[in-house]
Ligand binder design. Structure first.
Ligand code: C2E
Ligand code: CA
Ligand code: CA
Length: 405
């Protein structure tokens, strides 16, 4: 097999090359991006072709789903390029599926494997040419799997980097810290939206190595920024997903990172959404331990979720980050103004710090300065920037002057 680099999601096969053989373990499934593949079974020592698969078809998924050996072989009959989907990637999704769906899937796979077509009989007609057109939903699922494979390769190839957006004192506009926001520049796709790829990473365990890398880089960079600003203590806000917190060694690793970079725990704010209160109780326990160890916990996207506020009676957090949806309408919608100011009053009453996200205009800033919010974040003060530019920016000017329009 040519070009079988573990760091590339794309696999190339020459004409006549075997992709897998009957009896092989199911390590990979494939999405065919170009070319044609013949799937065949062995009948009395002779290959008996079952079907021909082409662009957009999925290949080799059965053995990956039920971990049984391959019941057919696959060979490229043209130069073929595939996106490889690892068995780990698929088994994780199968394990996360509803138990009823899992059972139905296993039953179906068992039935397919035991059809005469797959076992031995050459009596069935070979479906020829192109497979039926996949519906739009199938295409979406395939795109998601492709993106996930590319994201795994991007992590190996160091294509993921955090950028840093300033968080400022709402009254003085002085920089207090930064939020680390991950960026992916893919050589084939260009800039991929973090909202899109972080949600895929969070659905799978891929967020664990990505999150670990972001924590390390963000703390290392904070330590450097801190040496440049000895006059104040800067902090770094880092987004953390419930799956990361469910890892047994999350806190020990975090502690080791801050020790290595000589940071205080209070300089690291873990941003979590209220999902953490609804998902894994282990994740919530870890969060509690992090707080006891001195790390700050901020509730992100506050005001946009669907859960009750009941969890706040049982679990203490250090701050709220009010979603930018509220700031967007603060000037034009009086109801939004009331809601925003009620959230700020509630936070004050609970002794929490408030960050308001998405401040873009001076008018919004002035209104927020009057409403008693503590920290601001938004394009008015600065967009997320690569580390080098944040360094230059800190060198140049330590106090942000709002852009006057
Ligand atoms: P978030 O945590 O709510 O991050 C704030 C988002 O608002 C960022 O989008 C930021 O660039 C954007 N933003 C900040 N100020 C403004 C503004 O004034 N106007 C507008 N229109 N947008 C503003 P971004 O960087 O695209 O990130 C999207 C989401 O991706 C984040 O939302 C977060 O949920 C997720 N994410 C980013 N980095 C990480 C990470 O390292 N780990 C995890 N688990 N999620 C991450
Ligand atoms: Ca955030
Ligand atoms: Ca947010």
């Amino acid at each position: 097999m040519s070009n079988w680099g573990s760091s590339s999601a794309l696999k190339h096969f020459q004409i006549g090359e075997t992709i897998f053989s009957e009896g092989d373990p199911g390590e990979w499934a494939y999405i065919i991006e170009s070319g044609r593949v013949e799937v065949a079974v062995n009948v009395d020592g002779q290959p008996f072709p079952l079907r021909i698969l082409t662009t957009g078809d999925v290949l080799g998924e059965m053995a990956v789903m039920d971990t049984a050996p391959r019941s057919a072989s696959a060979k490229a009959i043209e130069e073929t390029v595939c996106v490889a989907i690892s068995s780990h990637q698929i088994s994780e999704r199968v394990q996360d599926a509803d138990p009823v769906v899992q059972l139905l899937m296993k039953t179906l796979l068992h039935r397919i494997r035991n059809t005469p077509q797959v076992t031995s009989s050459p009596h069935l007609r070979i479906p020829n040419g192109k497979a039926p057109q996949s519906p739009a939903e199938n295409d979406q699922v395939l795109d998601k799997m492709r993106l996930e494979s590319e994201l795994r390769a991007a992590l190996d190839n160091q294509q993921l980097r955090p950028h840093y957006q300033p968080l400022v004192n709402i009254h003085t506009c002085q920089v207090l810290g930064f939020e680390a926001l991950i960026r992916w520049f893919s050589p084939t796709r260009g800039h991929v939206s973090p909202g899109e790829f972080t949600s895929i990473a969070e659905e799978t365990s891929l967020i664990i190595p990505i999150g670990r890398q972001t924590l390390k880089q963000a703390c290392r960079d904070l330590a450097q920024l801190q040496t440049m600003s000895p006059d104040r203590v800067l902090f770094m806000s880092i987004n953390v997903a419930p799956r990361q917190l469910a890892e047994a060694d999350f806190l020990a690793e975090l502690q080791a990172i801050i020790d290595r970079y000589k940071l205080q725990a209070s300089q690291v704010k873990l941003e979590v959404t209220e999902r953490v209160f609804m998902e894994d109780p282990v994740a919530l326990k870890t969060l509690q331990c992090c707080r006891q160890a001195g790390f700050h916990i901020a509730l992100d996207d506050f005001g946009t979720g669907f859960s009750s506020l009941n969890y706040l009676t049982r679990f203490e957090v250090d701050g709220f980050k009010i979603d930018r949806a509220f700031v967007r309408e603060i000037i034009t919608n009086p109801r939004t103004q009331v809601l925003l100011s009620s959230m700020l009053t509630m936070a004050k009453g609970l002794g929490m710090q408030t960050v308001v996200e998405g401040i873009e205009t001076l008018e919004q800033l002035k209104m927020l300065q009057r409403s008693g919010c503590d920290i601001g974040q938004g394009y008015l003060f600065g967009k997320p920037l690569p580390f080098r530019e944040v360094q230059q920016l800190l060198n140049k000017e330590l106090v942000y002057k709002p852009i006057r329009s």
